[in-house]
Write a protein that binds this ligand. Sequence first.
Ligand code: GLY
Ligand code: MN
Ligand code: MN
Length: 443
Amino acid sequence: MDIQHPDLHPLFADHLATLKAHADKALLRAGYDHLVIAAGQVRYHFLDDRDYPFSVNPHFKHWLPVTRAPGSWIVYTPGKKPKLIYLQPHDYWHVVPEAPAGYWVEHFDIAIIREAKDALAHLPRDPARCAIVGEANAALDGFAPNNPAGVIDYLHWHRSYKTAYELAMLRVASKIGARAHRAAEAAFRAGASEFDIHVAYMAAARQSDHDLPYGNIIALNEHSAILHYTDRQHAPPAHRHAFLIDAGASFHGYASDITRTYAAAHAGEFQALVDAVDAAQQGFCAKVRDGQSYPELHVHAHHVLAGILKDHGFIRMSAEGAVESGLSSVFFPHGLGHPIGLQVHDVAGFQASDSGGTIPRPPGHPYLRMTRVLEPGMVVTIEPGLYFIDLLLAELKDKPAAKDVDWAKVDAFRQYGGIRIEDDVVCTDGAPENLTRDAFAAL
Ligand code: GLY
Ligand code: MN
Ligand code: MN
């Protein structure tokens, strides 16, 4: 079943007009005549002819929904139609990038080349006049990426504010992810192993490992206490208590990032904790509004989660005390979320202005990935969690706060691993748009 999306022709035309306006300003500020973007090059394993999965330069896929075009380039000169230099090698060993087609093609002058070095004939003559955005390995003879900070900072800043076209892409990525999450939950309920749940997810998403925006986290029982658990056991566990899945989907280069946690039917005490985190998470999502400081929302989340730990009998300290003493960070040791878009962990989460700078994290929160104030057009994840992590609990045992912990209760919950609930949420002029909940609701 294909997922429906709106007519992308007008949305893409507006998106491109926005990108051009930003490029015009960035080039003017930094004193360049052309913006040149390298898609990137295929990389090979050491001493081998085996290639790594190709990952396109995110700046390239910002301009057009082409993600499998190594050796291609975009050239934009203010006032002119952008040019795509498109590498379609004469090659019968590999799939050749397909002929340009679709809603974006009419907006580009397209030059087809057969060898990477032939791009030089179509690139601007004087590289010194070009802001060349790309990885070092994209360099051609005399034409190498220079990634000027003044240009990159300006472009990254504006990538924070998604166009209507980008929001349409993100909605579809969320719908594909939600559909696959349903299949994964069904596989869990049917007794599948981590590996087989992963396969069920990919089959429902119609995306394989290399298409997905990040490696699926498919964790049964105590494995979900490993935040980025990517081992996938082939055999089902002897007992199943809980399932945490953090898995997204891609659409035209845009990502979704979704986490759900499920309790087994017999695990009522864990289900109650999942329900509490889920309710808290929806409260945080409701605060994704214009003017909301994201780091303040993160610290607020610590207070709410500490209150849940107290209500459920894990700690005896007040929520305030738990946050101040660092106790809440033992159970919630990561950030509340991050910007998302062309990259799962999207750019400019710490950026102070369109000319760069860094907004520091609040002291004591080293893993927070977003320190900005929310504004309309930004898309962020909201992903609180509570975990029972052996390493952090062992460290806690030597601290004064250890006396305020009900260790028997904590030990009883180690078998569940942990909980994370993650949605992708759009900040608008009014109420937030929850891409993830909307996608699940539409299934
Ligand atoms: N899936 C990685 C993250 O949630 O940030
Ligand atoms: Mn995330
Ligand atoms: Mn995630």
